[in-house]
Design a protein around this ligand. Structure first.
Ligand code: SF4
Length: 291
């Protein structure tokens, strides 16, 4: 807008900022994945990722919080200090950051933070995402199993997809990996998910990060298969992006065997493509380094 006087332009930039976020760093991986390290006006770091797929899909992974108050032991975000919940505008501005340069059509809340701890802002952002080209049906909200949030999503009129980060099929190991399990144990979480399915009739995605010699054994696959009703759940196995945590990712062979067991028991199972590994694309890796 060079047709406006410089003084007015400066005044507008100050008083009516283009975005609530500023870009601190952006990295593009060989597979086309773009990861943006963004910052709020009060200096809080957060990340957003654009994943480009061969079939043309353009999927965003958005953050709901800067840092995270939960402390999942395999997660880079969990190891950094929790700053605060993001506002709805800060969530929408992550999507707009990418939408300014290309079309986007899918979105998952699997970036930094637990979306159910900031559900008002997340749902408010979801109401606006269709204006950017992302329908409610193409939007998924992921949770560690925060039951009050699952229940609110069950009552919500928007047809949003629920994703559950499970990562273990028994309470002792799950509590070790995700201390929130002490508060909301597995059976109660799965009961809430079943009620969600009965109301919404849309299958729930189970996210299961594959950690070598921790949760990837044959008998653990069997336990998971027995736990999950194939008519309610689809499983997405996630190869682990190594962070500074003590865990290592499972081998390809271990992931293939695990998948085969689940499929033999009728569970639809996918293995997530590893995206942007060389640009620290796992949740919180860039921001944890920058914090
Ligand atoms: S996995 Fe999610 S809920 Fe757990 S610490 Fe990381 S961001 Fe928080």
């Amino acid at each position: 807008m060079t047709n406006l006087p410089v003084g007015l332009r400066e005044h507008l930039a100050r008083e009516v900022p283009f975005s609530t976020l500023s870009l601190r760093h952006e990295a593009v991986a060989a597979d086309g994945t773009v990861k943006a390290l963004l910052q709020t006006a009060d200096g809080r770091p957060l990340e957003a990722v654009l994943m480009r797929y061969r079939d043309g899909r353009r999927s965003l992974c958005l953050s709901s919080q800067s840092g995270c108050p939960l402390t999942c032991t395999f997660c880079a975000t969990g190891s950094m200090r929790f700053a605060r919940n993001l506002t709805a505008a800060e969530i929408v501005d992550q999507a707009l950051h990418f939408r300014r340069t290309e079309r986007v059509d899918h979105c998952v809340f699997m970036g930094m933070g637990e979306p159910m701890l900031n559900l008002d802002a997340v749902l408010s952002a979801c109401e606006r995402l269709p204006d950017l080209g992302i329908s409610h049906r193409h939007t998924a909200i992921s949770t560690v199993g925060w039951i009050p949030g699952i229940e609110r999503l069950t009552e919500c009129d928007m047809p949003l997809r629920l994703a559950l980060s499970l990562h273990a099929a028994e309470d002792a190991l799950r509590s070790e990996l995700m201390p929130v399990n002490e508060r909301y144990p597995l059976t109660e979480v799965l009961d809430a998910c079943r009620r969600h399915y009965e109301r919404k009739r849309r299958r729930i995605f189970v996210e299961y990060v594959m950690l070598a010699h921790i949760n990837d054994r044959y008998e653990q696959a069997l336990a998971l298969a027995r736990l999950l009703d194939p008519s309610v759940y689809k499983v997405n196995l996630i190869p682990y992006n190594p962070t500074d945590s003590p865990y290592r990712g499972s081998s390809r062979q271990a992931i293939a065997t695990f998948r085969a067991v689940l499929e033999q028991h009728g569970l639809a199972t996918t293995v997530r493509l590893t995206r942007g590994r060389e640009i620290d694309a796992a949740c919180g890796q860039l921001a944890a380094r920058a914090a």
